[in-house]
Structure formats: C-alpha cells, structure tokens
Design a binder for this molecule. Structure first.
Ligand SMILES: [Zn+2]
Length: 253
C-alpha cells in the first residue's frame, strides 16, 4: 500500500548502472513523476522495457537527455519505433537534448519516418521547461560538452539528477536545498581520474554538502565499486543520508 500522496514527487530508477551494465542492471534512465505528470531523464540501454513495466510511454510529458554518450540515450531507438510505428502512433512526444541528438540516432536507425517524436535542443548554458505539472531546470556541468544536470520541481519538493560530471560549482547551485540528489559515483572510493570527468564518493558527498541536499542517492557505479565503502565515504563528507539507487524502487522527494 502506498503511504505517500498520489501527487507526491518521486523518482524511479529504470536503470542506474554505468556505461556497461550488469545482468541485473541497466544503463542510465530515471522516471520522475507526480500525479498525472511524468518525465524520463535519460534512456540508456535496457531501460525502455523497464519503462513499459511502469507506464505507457504515450502518457509521458517529456523525455530529457542529459548528454550524447550512448549509455544515456541508446533506448531512444526503441522509443522512436514505439511512437512512430507502434502503440504510440498518434501521441506525439517531445525529446529534449543536446543539439545533434536526432542526427546521431538517424546514423544508426536511418532517416525513415520517425514522426512520433519531436526533438528540441536544450538551451545552451541553462534553462527551464515545463512537463505537465513538473518544472524542469537544467544547467551545464563539465563532462562531454554539453552535458546538462537536471532538476525537477513540483509542489514545493524537488529531485536533482547530476547526469555525469566532474566536480563543479554549477551543480550545487542548481541543486540548492533539493530533497533528493542523484549523483554518479563512477569511481567509488577510488581516486578521481584526471581528464576523465566523473565523480568518486568523496566528491559526490562534497557536492551534496555544498548543495545542502536532504538526501544523496548514488548511481552509475562501475561493477568493481565497493558500494558499502562508497556510502560510508560519501556520508562522512556529506553528513546526511546516503544510499545507492535500486532499480525499480521509487525514491520519494
Ligand atoms: Zn557520460
């Protein structure tokens, strides 16, 4: 039985793995919803089927893609087939993402009729878009340029997703006072890797501390990451509650 209001803001990880996932794990994708409003943030491989298990994609208000790495967008190929030639026919859907997203998909899928999905470029730097009753704010963070961290606000609550990123100042500003902060933890308790823009547990904890987030949820850990050690390290720096995302398990804002 649900013990939260039907309209409460929640995020359900469809996939919370890294660039190669695991037998019980998919790549990056997060369903955010409140009441009748729903948005998907990223759509990596193995996540469109998970989305179908949660809801009919025709009822989505928007899909937002943080950046053009394939583990954050691969299942858009399946989504386009569903919307143009499957049950989504006649239910237009907007996908917002970095410029060049549609062309990248066309290289793989070909340029036939994919009319069910309309692509919109995310404004450079920062911006805001509306998805039903959800307000989605985005700002660029250091990773594959451009990469956008995404914040979803609804009813005085918020969830912020850091996408992939190196430590930076923009993310704590976007995430200021957020209820749930999802941050990648690619390296666990390992060192940051110069020139490879990702976070480790200490850096994720520091981002959460600076943002004054209420709760930190770690995602995008590689298989060799010691998850318990990463939680302990992030928690020591952050000072608030830390956990790893569990696919299919909602986190309430
Ligand atoms: Zn990436």
């Amino acid at each position: 039985m649900r013990c939260v209001p039907e309209t409460a803001l929640e995020i359900i990880p469809m996939g919370a793995g890294a660039a190669f996932a695991q037998p019980d794990q998919a790549q990056s994708s997060y369903l955010v919803r409140a009441g009748d409003s729903a948005a998907v943030l990223d759509m990596g491989a193995g996540t469109f089927n998970r989305l179908l298990g949660e809801m009919d994609p025709v009822d989505l208000d928007v899909v937002v893609i943080s950046h053009l790495h394939p583990d954050h967008l691969a299942d858009l190929l399946a989504l386009r087939v569903y919307m143009a030639h499957g049950p989504g026919l006649g239910h237009p859907l907007e996908v917002h993402g970095p410029p060049g997203l549609e062309e990248r998909l066309d290289v793989i899928a070909g340029g036939e009729n994919w009319a069910g999905v309309t692509f919109r470029d995310l404004q450079a730097g920062e911006g805001t878009l509306l998805a039903g009753d959800l307000v989605i704010s985005h700002t660029e963070v250091p990773h594959l340029p451009p990469t956008h961290a995404l914040r979803v606000d609804h009813g005085g609550r918020s969830i912020t997703y850091g996408a992939d990123c190196a430590p930076n100042d923009a993310l704590p500003e976007l995430a200021r006072g957020t209820d749930v902060l999802l941050l990648e933890c690619s390296w666990g308790i390992g060192d940051l890797v110069p020139g490879v823009p990702h976070l480790n547990a200490a850096a994720a904890g520091e981002m959460a501390r600076r943002a004054e987030a209420r709760r930190l949820v770690l995602v995008h850990g590689y298989p060799d990451v010691d998850k318990d050690a990463a939680v302990a390290e992030a928690q020591a720096v952050f000072g608030g509650p830390v956990e790893w995302a569990r696919e299919g398990q909602p986190v309430h804002a």
